[in-house]
Design a protein around this ligand. Structure first.
Ligand code: GLA
Length: 376
């Protein structure tokens, strides 16, 4: 655990409220190695937690009020009983949505929450889910309520879907809750089956370079819901519970075929990646990452110019493979890069961005970190 982050959160709480918090909980952002737009199709994903986290320092209240402070922003107090989907609409919707869901689970007391963190916002690294997961653990912890990670993941999804209004799947919160250091999490979303697969790129002279395009995306407004609805329609037309159950797009209306083709091929790429990792054949993962990007760009159509330039420039500079991650329409890409040329790859990506007149991207190497929990 990063004790500086949790100390900072505790100190911020002390400064604001004049007393120490009862506890500090934290949750990481995530990178998804492969398996994009498969989660809400009952498919496979392969994320790992990044070292950047959100911390929530918290103390209970008795009056059914939730107070939220983050950095210099202190939000107006919210009465839990008055919370309704769609309001508030700013960053406080995420913790408020979680409190709204947990109130339905009998957690009604209220709380003071002070939030700190270093997961970049709007960068496709799941900053909002890390905030929601840390909030959920804090509210459950204050109420001394035990809950399984699968219940917490479902409650967080309910907050996202029903309160915030983003029809997202289970990838991000499960990654934040269940990932462990030095592993990728192989999750079968349909069955909930999880396997921690060792992931040590450094031992193979490789690094996962994250390229944050700094193009902000909103899954509430983007074409995310439309893609999801298309997949659900395809499953209905073929009489199966989810696209997970299809092995071809053939026979479907033309407009749905590329969506289904992406999901079918992406699930296969996840399985292949897991097999390669188990066999220590890390270098062979590169082409799968690039194929995933092409499929998201051409079939699923959720990429954008900045993500395409990032992936292409990284490959041109010698990355073994590169792809956009997360919902798309902005956010981040990852590249699997030989460590000895990482600086060259970064330079080439930065130059390509400058050539295209894009704002400078933010880049860092990500190593699998610990999942969410109580820090103190
Ligand atoms: C976002 C959503 C996830 C998942 C990804 C795409 O991150 O929150 O549920 O659908 O997009 O793989």
């Amino acid at each position: 655990m990063n004790s500086t982050g949790s100390n900072n959160a505790a100190e911020a709480f002390q400064r604001l409220h004049g007393v120490a918090p009862t506890g500090v909980w934290s949750a990481p952002g995530r990178v998804n190695l492969i398996g994009e737009h498969t989660d809400y199709n009952d498919g496979f994903v392969l994320p790992f937690a990044i070292p950047q986290r959100t911390w929530v320092a918290a103390a209970p209240r008795e009056d059914g009020v939730l107070t939220l402070a983050s950095g210099s922003a202190t939000a107006p107090p919210l009465r839990l009983a008055d919370l309704e989907p769609g309001s508030p609409r700013d960053w406080t919707a995420y913790p408020a949505g979680v409190a709204w869901v947990l109130r339905q689970q009998g957690i009604t007391g209220g709380a003071d929450l002070v939030i700190t963190g270093d997961v970049p916002h709007g960068s496709g690294l799941s900053s909002s889910h890390s905030l929601e997961v840390a909030t959920a653990l804090a509210l459950l912890g204050l109420a001394e309520r035990e809950a399984s990670t699968s219940d917490v993941a479902k409650w967080v999804q309910q907050a996202e879907n029903d309160f915030v209004g983003a029809p997202t799947g289970l990838l991000d919160q499960t990654a934040s809750l269940c990932c462990t250091e030095a592993h990728v999490l192989f999750l079968d979303v349909r069955t909930g089956r999880q396997e921690q697969v060792p992931f040590d790129a450094a031992r193979h002279g490789l690094e996962v370079l994250v390229i944050d395009t700094r193009v902000s995306h909103s899954l509430v407004e983007s074409g995310y819901a439309e893609r999801r609805a298309g997949c659900e329609e395809a499953a209905r037309l073929r009489n199966v519970p989810a696209v997970r159950d299809l092995d071809t797009e053939a026979g479907l209306p033309e407009r749905l075929q590329p969506l289904v083709r992406h999901v079918v091929t992406e699930n296969a790429r996840v399985l292949k990646t897991v097999e390669l990792l188990r066999q220590d054949r890390y270098e062979e993962i590169g082409p799968l990452l690039s194929a995933s990007h092409a499929s998201l760009r051409d079939d699923y159509r959720v990429s954008c110019a900045e993500l395409d330039v990032a992936a292409q420039a990284a490959e041109d500079a010698g990355a073994l493979g590169a792809r956009m991650i997360g919902g798309g329409f902005g956010g981040s890409a990852i590249a699997l890069v030989p460590a000895r040329i990482r600086a060259d790859v970064e330079r080439c990506v930065a130059e390509a961005f400058a050539r295209h007149g894009f704002a400078a991207p933010r880049m860092f190497t990500a190593v699998p970190a610990a999942g969410a929990g109580r820090d103190r």
